[in-house]
Ligand binder design. Structure first.
Ligand SMILES: O=C(O)CCC(=O)C(=O)O
Ligand SMILES: [Fe+2]
Length: 366
């Protein structure tokens, strides 16, 4: 489906063919601009991540969750000052209800810059992931590290195209990123089990916080939905060979609302098998302050936004405040709120500022 005439109240998420770039770059960029402005979600087909490697990753996922509980708990997130590791089923809430999912947080390779007390605390947010015991799941780490590297490369290329689609030139967003050695991106491997209770909340309505998310739907299940302008929930079914790309609040903020962050949620799977997914969250530089970078868009690009009109209210709960704090600090505060047990252990002062009356029963996912 072409996204060129995406209606304001879209009823399906557009599919963009990355291969079109070779032959019809102008057409691709036009479709991209419409998807960014009018939908905030798109499928990307014919992308550059190796399908053989994706297939290997997909094969590993059930094996990862089938590890003995003690092996999973050996790499639990509360071990990690970087908020990386395993979270049991039901550890997080969104919109007052429990998110019925189990997950591992991993990240791209990165050597932490944080050396000692006195360095900015948010530099400590990034660092080495915890990996499961190689003997229990041989080869998983290598396969998944390669996957992360390739999605990272795709996300860098995509960012340049997005800048072009906004009329800023390919380097128009590069000010938000540091050199690759100073960057780290995060990905979660998520399992949504079949549930029998009254709730079907896999994850409640929310916005992603950053710039871009590259989501691999790793099993053949319905469940992901996005909310259109009219407030209707639209299915985003898995399409083999594609990524779902969606935009976060930070991108919406710096583009002055041109790029839409879209409210989305996941319903628990029906049937007998779990749904699996892998969202990859692209970060911006740890010390970047969004308010310090004002972008100037050409009039023809602003006209696309104006034709769209104002974004209506959605069901999503989270609204990050991007004031004068560096992006790493904004992220760190978000992590403290979603994983108070980790924060209490590794960031006791910040924990006390955010939770003066002690640890809440649950973390908020968004
Ligand atoms: O699992 C999915 O398909 C989406 C997950 C999601 O939106 C998130 O973790 O932010
Ligand atoms: Fe999300």
């Amino acid at each position: 489906m072409s996204s060129t005439n995406t209606p304001r109240d879209f009823s399906a998420v557009p599919v963009l063919d990355y291969g079109l770039l070779q032959s019809e770059a102008t057409q691709f960029l036009e479709q991209l601009r419409h998807a960014l402005v009018n939908v905030g979600f798109l499928y990307l087909s014919n992308h550059t991540v190796s399908q053989d490697n994706i297939d290997l990753v997909i094969d590993y996922i059930p094996k990862l969750f089938a590890l003995p509980q003690n092996a999973k708990d050996d790499i639990k997130m509360s071990n990690s000052e970087h908020f990386l590791g395993y979270s049991r089923f039901g550890a997080e809430f969104t919109k007052g209800s429990v998110d019925q999912r189990e997950q591992f947080d991993f990240a791209t390779k990165h050597i932490s810059r944080w050396k000692k007390q006195g360095d900015p605390e948010h530099h400590r947010l990034w660092g080495s992931p915890q990996w499961p015991d190689e003997k229990l799941i041989p080869g998983f780490r290598d396969v998944f590290e390669l996957y992360l590297e390739q999605v990272d490369t795709l996300s860098q290329g995509f960012t340049r195209l997005m800048a072009e689609a906004f009329g800023l030139g390919p380097d128009g967003l590069s000010q938000f990123y540091d050199t690759p050695d100073l960057m780290q991106h995060r990905a979660k491997i998520v399992k949504y089990p079949v549930v029998n209770g009254p709730s079907d909340q896999g994850v409640g309505p929310h916005y992603d916080a950053g710039f871009l998310t590259f989501l691999l739907q790793a099993s053949d299940h319905q469940g992901l939905q996005v909310q259109n302008f009219a407030g209707e929930w639209i299915d985003v079914p898995p399409i083999p060979g594609t990524f779902v790309v969606n935009l976060g609040k930070a991108l919406e903020f710096i583009t002055q609302g041109l790029a839409r962050a879209t409210s989305h949620r996941v319903l628990s799977p029906k049937g007998s098998t779990p749904r699996y997914s892998i969202p990859f969250f692209q970060n911006i530089g740890l010390d970047k302050k969004l308010t310090e970078h004002v972008l100037h868009f050409p009039p023809e690009v602003l006209a696309v936004r104006d034709a769209r009109g104002k974004v209506a209210a959605t069901d999503a709960v989270n609204f990050s405040e991007f004031d004068n704090e560096p992006s790493g600090k904004v992220n760190l505060i978000g992590r403290v709120k979603s994983h108070p047990d980790v924060a209490e252990r590794h960031y006791p002062e910040l924990f006390r500022q955010i939770f003066p009356s002690g640890r809440p029963a649950f973390g908020s996912a968004y």
